[in-house]
Design a protein around this ligand. Sequence first.
Ligand SMILES: CC(C)(COP(=O)(O)OP(=O)(O)OC[C@H]1O[C@@H](n2cnc3c(N)ncnc32)[C@H](O)[C@@H]1OP(=O)(O)O)[C@@H](O)C(=O)NCCC(=O)NCCS
Length: 150
Amino acid sequence: MTGVSPVSVSFRTYVPHDYDQLIRLWEEAGLPYKSAGRDRKDRIEQELLHGVGRIILAESQGVLVGAVLATHDGRKGWINRLAVLPRRRRSGIGRLLVEEAEAWLASRGIEIFTCLIETYNDPSMAFFGKLGYIRHDDIMYFSKRLHDDV
Ligand SMILES: CC(C)(COP(=O)(O)OP(=O)(O)OC[C@H]1O[C@@H](n2cnc3c(N)ncnc32)[C@H](O)[C@@H]1OP(=O)(O)O)[C@@H](O)C(=O)NCCC(=O)NCCS
């Protein structure tokens, strides 16, 4: 059960023309992103062209109110860059975006959905917990980067 009527929010797939408003949404939402790395416009477009990712936008009366990037590596699905405008939070938009992302991943045969959350992000941890995601305190995230802003 969500607080959003299907009439007030609609979902569609990102197109390159949406890049600037997507960045504005991430900024307003306080979402950290890699403007010179994997979130650069051309990098995102290349990623989407490979067919392993989809950005879903949530709009209300022509205004972008939320977005999520769903990706998979053929093995696991990842929920990335989930953001909802601060003034539109707690009305079910985040949940609907994740459900859209999960449905897209499932349509590609993916049966495990995952996300990485910074330890300071208590609201996001509460959100994903509410949506049935299980926290794994026995796993540490390791990465190796070819440069700092990747
Ligand atoms: C996380 C985020 C996307 C949630 O979006 P949202 O639209 O507010 O989420 P929903 O309204 O669908 O919330 C669904 C449920 O999650 C839980 N939840 C959501 N935000 C919460 C918060 N701040 N504190 C505690 N629980 C929360 C609630 O149980 C909520 O249901 P309820 O409102 O009926 O109690 C939003 O807070 C956001 O954009 N945060 C900044 C960006 C970010 O941190 N993204 C995630 C990166 S990992």
